[in-house]
Design a protein around this ligand. Sequence first.
Ligand code: GDP
Length: 335
Amino acid sequence: MFKSLREKLKNAVSKITKQVEETPEEIVEKSVEEEKKPSEEPVKEKKKISKVIKEKITTKRISDKKFDDIFWDLEIALLENNVSVEVIDKIKSDLKEKIVDKPIERKKVGNIILDSLKETIDDLFIENIDILKKIESKKPFVILFVGINGSGKTTTIAKIANLLKEKNMTSVMVAADTWRAAAIQQLEEHGKKLGVKVIKHDYGADPAAVAFDGIKHAESKNLDVVLIDTAGRMHSNVNLQEEMKKIVRVANPDMKIFVGESITGNDAVNQAQKFDDSIDIDGIILTKFDVDDKGGAPLSISYVTKKPILFIGKGQNYSDLKIFDKKDVLDNLGI
Ligand code: GDP
């Protein structure tokens, strides 16, 4: 995962390090507090003994203008891997603050850049929600899944139904994607495999009515969770967006989750923003993490929307769903 970004970041960091090394050296005096070793302490003397000494070190100083030149490679690496402009700006300003006009010890340049990147990336994510705990707070807990066609919504709903089953929670899946007969059929197949009931109406029916029936079913059977699949509407289609708002009004979900494909990078970020504008999403699931070479969407989507990434999809099997941990991103970037 993220092979392309990981390699480009590595190359950019080593190029920056080289560029910094080529800037003229400065010799500065650094005050160092020298502590005496305990063995040298007189027995009666309890106080810590230290003295300030001056040490000469070789440093580099990067000007504002030079910084723009040396950041260029990193900027290109990030842009090529679909990292959003907002996130690139943040990485740039954080790094700038750490290195511009500061004496940097020559040997530490590479580490300073990597540490700064790590800190900035670590900061990009909104803290995850413990969704299973949240589900226990209400019965039935209603979750609406939105996103464009092919993003992996139906598969993700089935993965969540499977996860709930593993946790001894009951659920019903609702085929409120009435636009495609195939979508209803696909959910039914998952239902059969998982032994989870699917509520459906005919192709072309009012999705809000199907959602309503799904909730009534869960109430009558005392089920824990209602998982509502919706039609893969384009975020730019006004009619479908209006229809989705109607589903939200009728179903009044406890959570609205945007499902997007990690591999689509900035497109997924833009879609999430649009869906958030229309129905105020609560969290994000990024699918196809397993085939994402670039990592732009995971790096950007939480920062741009200010919503947490809840899960990542890592394959086509039911068990290929993982609670999101930002360590997954950092580890895959090798920083
Ligand atoms: P929907 O139109 O949004 O409901 O999308 P589907 O659930 O039908 O998924 C579209 C395709 O993506 C299917 O072939 C899924 O098997 C595949 N898919 C879904 N999630 C993942 C994932 O995490 N990794 C991979 N590699 N494929 C996935």
